[in-house]
Design a protein around this ligand. Sequence first.
Ligand code: WT7
Length: 647
Amino acid sequence: MESVSHENRKFAPPAAFAENAHIGSMEAYHALYEKSIKDPEAFWAEAAEDLHWFKKWDTVLDASEAPFYKWFSGARTNVCYNCVDRHLEGPNRNKAAILWEGEPGETRMLTYQDVHREVCKFANGLKQLGIKKGDRVAIYLPMVPELALAVLACARIGAVHTVIFAGFSADSIRDRVNDCGAKCVITADGGWRRGRVLPLKNIVDEALVGAETVTDVVIVKRAHGDPFPCHVKEGRDHWYHRLVQDQPIDCPCEEMEAEDMLFLLYTSGTTGKPKGIIHTTAGYMVYTHQTTKYIFDMKPEDVYWCTADVGWVTGHSYIVYGPMQCAATQIIYEGAPDSPDEGRFWDIIEKYRATIFYTAPTAIRAFMKWGDQWPEKHDLSSLRLLGTVGEPINPEAWMWYHKTIGAEKCPIVDTWWQTETGGHMLTPMPGATPTKPGCATVPFFGIEPAILTDDGEAVEAGILAIKQPWPGMLRGIYGDEQRYKDTYWCKWGGKYYFPGDGARRDEDGYVWILGRVDDVVNVSGHRIGTAELESVFVEHKDVAESAVVGVPHEIKGQGLIAFVTVIKGRSHDDQLLKELVSMIDKSIGKFARPERILFSNDLPKTRSGKIMRRLLRDIAEGKKLGNTSTLADPSVVEHLRRQYEES
Ligand code: WT7
């Protein structure tokens, strides 16, 4: 693997920041890190002491059924209790938990006591619908406070939530609901996005045709029936406000076993079928608490804002579970960054005096393009810490973030992690680690990265591997133990976890993430499997074959380019193009639309018939073609190239 980055700039944490930070020097980091690697069980046991347990654990790590690792076996706890109830005794009771702002501008504030009351009522409402511990509940909501409340209500009663990002199509909802056998769907009549209302409930209605396990739907009123009708199906559908209005304001927390399932979150892999990633109770809880405390250096007076959607893992770990365990005060914003204008985010930071801001590189690149005049109009001096997540950040965007948003006084934590890892894995410690633009730097406590070849040989640049289990790790893929083993643990004989990213280690021992090494593409921080699109295309009766590749994209990080061959006799016209695009919208969602769809008569293949995606990527990136000697018909690729350049 080759790496082309030559970034030598280095930024030490500002002294004033380091002085007050949880971890204030590299010495302090190294000391704790050593301890966490030498004796992980002692380290994590101590970390777990910060939290509430109905019963403490018997063993910290049980590796007897590896790779089905178990953490804190024998313990009983409840994550909702640790996010909410634990804060009711003492000064946090009336602390603001959620400062919410809707896209049209309305605001709501919920203290921890408010959250407790609303979560209890919601939980009692779910119980009234017959939802019990272990039942699966799908959540398809816009970024309203009820999204966090729904997640916490499920955790409270031990129901397994699966949040589906509100940009997914009806088909995607149906697939997920059927895969996990959800009994209930929580949605809204609509949600605001760029001045328009998305008809979420109507999409759910379409999804539930052919989803037999769902007996109840809860509808949060957000769009107020306008501009489209929201159909309420007698016996199945319930308005949220009616369901909760007379519920008791207390609901005991279910005492969960350490390895009881907390949630499922579907993510893309290398096949056409998304994986239901399993996270369980105790380990995930301890891991998100620790990472939030150290990486966001969370303090009682902070005003934290993570701009992710709760539909992705970032929102699970760093909006709901991590920050709320830390009794954080946080901003939740419903809408788009350019609504009503491109200054909306900076307006929100100024208005609430945000101190910590966590967003995605794709958003930062869009802000850069919109111009400095937007942040310049606002007072951003309250900020003390910045973060990025979701994809590699190019040094230019990092520098802009550092200067224009951070005024050169805020450390930037570039956090590398995944849906599967549950929490941050590689990241600077904000008060300790000198940062380099574009680099995720050093491992979190208990994480031992390695960079290997396919054969497991240690190299400077190669495939990223993680040596030891950690509490926040996934526990499996719902309904598919074999796929869990094959995908994550087979590559190096069960000795390492395989995340699917390439990496390089520099002279300071820092780890640079080089992007995915599998057929997963990161479009605006959304993970999309190329096989998912390919399987949609070939469903079209006139399509013979398809290959989708990811290429660099100025704003999105990566964009998708689709190569499609059609059956003999069918012409490649605009009509076909339209049909294929609408199939993607319908099967996955608009966010998965490719940048370009290119028709051709053939695809470059090896003599054994394998499509050579590497060459397709070369074509799409306008690069010199790599080795074509193994092709069955080398003329195919030349022809494709000419066609690509002409179209
Ligand atoms: C993939 C995981 C982590 C929550 C959001 C995405 C890429 C993530 C970084 C980063 C370089 C990153 C990786 C990873 N990624 N963060 N800081 N630097 N790459 O979660 O959808 O599970 O995607 O996102 O390729 O494997 P996800």
